[in-house]
Design a protein around this ligand. Structure first.
Ligand code: ZN
Length: 184
């Protein structure tokens, strides 16, 4: 199973991911591949739909520089139970390469998720980690930072979005056989 980073405007980024009913071998196999993709792109978090897997799973490492396994976290079926405070910081997204914008977020969140052993965890997160949960859970619901930036920012990034849209179109054309017939 090979996984690749999915970029805007791939429609898979807009689907609502399905809850993980059970941590199975397929999921356990997917996790290290997601970390690989995340490290390669120099990210700190990655959600299922960003590798074309519509399942509610998120991987993260807030200290990717260390490349230490103990920084690696896996969140299965993560959800936000409470939000408090406000912050406005610049955010980027691996699926929207080159784009940065200030996105309003809660400063603290109470989250619940399962770990890879299926154990349920409920805890508080703040600052960067709170931002990460909000950003990645948005992905699981088909929401991108694009939807949350100001209209002025969105306008400013229109050329980049157009570029990404053209690249996507080119790629999907190449992937399709001429004449629309499936190859034998
Ligand atoms: Zn993202």
């Amino acid at each position: 199973m090979d996984v690749e980073l999915v970029y805007y405007p791939d429609p898979r980024l807009r689907e609502v991911s399905k809850p993980v009913a059970q941590v199975d071998d397929e999921l356990r196999d997917l996790v290290p591949r997601m970390f690989e993709v995340m490290y390669r792109a120099r990210g700190i978090g990655l959600a299922g739909p960003q590798v074309g897997k519509g399942r509610r799973i998120v991987v993260a490492n807030l200290q990717p520089e260390s490349k230490k396994k103990d920084g690696e976290q896996v969140f299965v079926n993560p959800e936000i139970l409470e939000r408090s405070g406000q912050m406005k910081e610049e955010e980027g997204c691996l699926s929207l390469p080159g784009m940065y914008a200030v996105i309003p977020r809660a400063e603290r969140v109470v989250v619940r998720y399962q770990d890879l052993d299926g154990k349920s965890v409920k805890r508080e997160a703040e600052g960067l980690e709170a931002k990460l949960f909000q950003h990645e859970i948005d992905h699981l619901d088909g929401i991108l930072i694009l939807d949350k930036m100001t209209p002025a920012d969105r306008k400013q990034w229109t050329p980049l979005l157009k570029e990404l849209e053209e690249e996507f179109l080119e790629k999907s054309k190449k992937g399709k056989p001429r004449g629309g017939r499936p190859p034998l």
